[in-house]
Design a protein around this ligand. Sequence first.
Ligand code: PGA
Length: 241
Amino acid sequence: MKIIVKDGQQDFDHAAAMEIVQLINKKPNAVIGLATGHTPKGMYKVLGEMCKNNEVDFSNVITFNLDEYLGIKSDHPGSCKSYLQERFYDLVNLKQQNIYHLNSQPEDYEEECHRYNRLIQQIGGIDLLILGIGHNGHLGFNEPNTSFKTEVHVCQLTDRTRTANIWSFGCKEDVPTEGITMGIKNIMGCKKLMLLANGEAKADIVKRALKGVVTEELPASVLQLHNDVVIILDKEANELV
Ligand code: PGA
């Protein structure tokens, strides 16, 4: 596990973006898994600027989003798809046909899980998955006590997760109660993982996840079992090194 600690938002965002740029330089048709949330916003902005300046080329890159809310329209302003559209897809030269998404309103939930699992497999797996960490240790929408054996699945969102995401819906009542997410098994199947965390409020959970006991009670602790993980923290989130 490689741990990078940066001083200040700008350096943090840049370090995260550079992991992606370096991968694309080595493998122009890389497959990248995309998280949403507050944490990676600056990284996406840097990637947009670099693409505009011809410093990185996404024209052969393939992306899969990590998770999505269920029961809202895909173009609802709070959806993960809308987040990525506005903050990433619109800023880079990805090809529309290379962008894969979980459907927020599938007719058949189970079939949607199978479809996404199949797609990930058919493409040959994910080269680099970007992850945030919830205050309760969740990865994607894999909340505490999710089995490490799960593939793409439908899940109930915890009260804490819904509260943390009020910012994208306006009020708690409007935050969906269910989500669909890559499972822990999908996450562990990615060739490389990049976990981003910033701010003092994440310091304790990052430390417990990465230095504590590996347990399904704390989903992010599973990262200790992956052989290629880069953790990018700002000074405030760092109690690791
Ligand atoms: P955040 O969310 O970046 O908004 O803190 C992280 C997460 O829930 O995975």
